[in-house]
Design a protein around this ligand. Structure first.
Ligand code: GLN
Length: 238
């Protein structure tokens, strides 16, 4: 089997609250099953592998988003084509915002997005911070942590990833969290989210395998520890 290619976007600039852990989780869950995997870091100026099966991007400070903004914008056409082609993307917080149409910071600075997700984000003075969990229709409960100033609005081309009651989610007002179109998923959940949401991790791997026409049955893994960690996290106050 050809290795599953995980492209890790901007590992230096976009990696707060341990989001790089999402790359490790996917890699390990493949390796534990004896499935071949290649991780390709993609930094400013690097080319994005055209055979990438999964793209992962983490959160970043507004300043980091500004630093990578111009480079990210040059990748718009390729990223939209990949999304149309069913490539799996998991974008956390700052990367989620930049997959949308635009992020306007609280100071009014406009960081253009690539329009893969039909969402827009505006920063505000109050940060939305705290432990959070999200109920999703496809992958059960996702557990993580949020910390963002941006309020994200979903438009008609994006549906919410799920709903949150404990957290603030996309905008603190409509109870939605994250956004989905095709195999592209954006969420505010740090943590890293996949470490405490193993079912979600496998759901992403199955989507990537199915797209290539590879078998999607995944050998079971003993997820006692991540499930325990998720239960403990859910019981923690915000
Ligand atoms: N800088 C963005 C915001 O504050 C994203 C933050 C993040 O990625 N945690 O909304």
């Amino acid at each position: 089997m050809r290795p599953l290619v995980l492209a890790h976007l901007y590992p230096r600039e976009m990696n707060i609250y341990g989001d790089t852990g999402n790359v490790l989780v996917l890699r390990r869950r493949l390796e534990w099953r004896g499935l071949p995997v290649t991780v390709v870091p993609v930094s400013v100026g690097d080319s994005l592998p055209s055979d990438a099966d999964v793209l992962l991007g983490g959160g970043g400070q507004d300043a980091a988003q500004g630093e990578i903004g111009a480079d990210f914008a040059t990748r718009g056409a390729q990223l939209r084509a990949m999304a149309d082609d069913g490539v799996v993307m998991l974008a956390i917080c700052g990367s989620y915002q930049m997959l949308g149409h635009e992020f306007v910071t609280q100071e009014g600075r406009r960081i253009p997005g690539v329009g893969v997700l039909d969402v827009t984000t505006h920063g505000q003075a109050e940060r939305l911070i705290g432990n959070n969990y999200v109920e999703t229709p496809d992958a059960g409960r996702l557990v993580g942590y949020e910390n963002h100033s941006g309020l994200t609005t979903l438009w008609s081309g994006a549906r919410p990833l799920g709903t949150t009651r404990p957290g603030r989610g996309n905008n603190g007002s409509d109870g939605t969290e994250g956004a989905v179109r095709d195999n592209v998923i954006g969420t505010y959940l740090h943590g890293p989210v996949l470490a405490k949401s193993p079912r979600f991790a496998d759901d992403l791997l199955r989507r990537a395998l199915a797209r290539r026409g590879d078998p999607v049955e995944l050998e079971p893994i003993d997820d006692t520890l991540p499930e325990l960690a998720a239960r403990v996290a859910v019981g923690r106050p915000r």
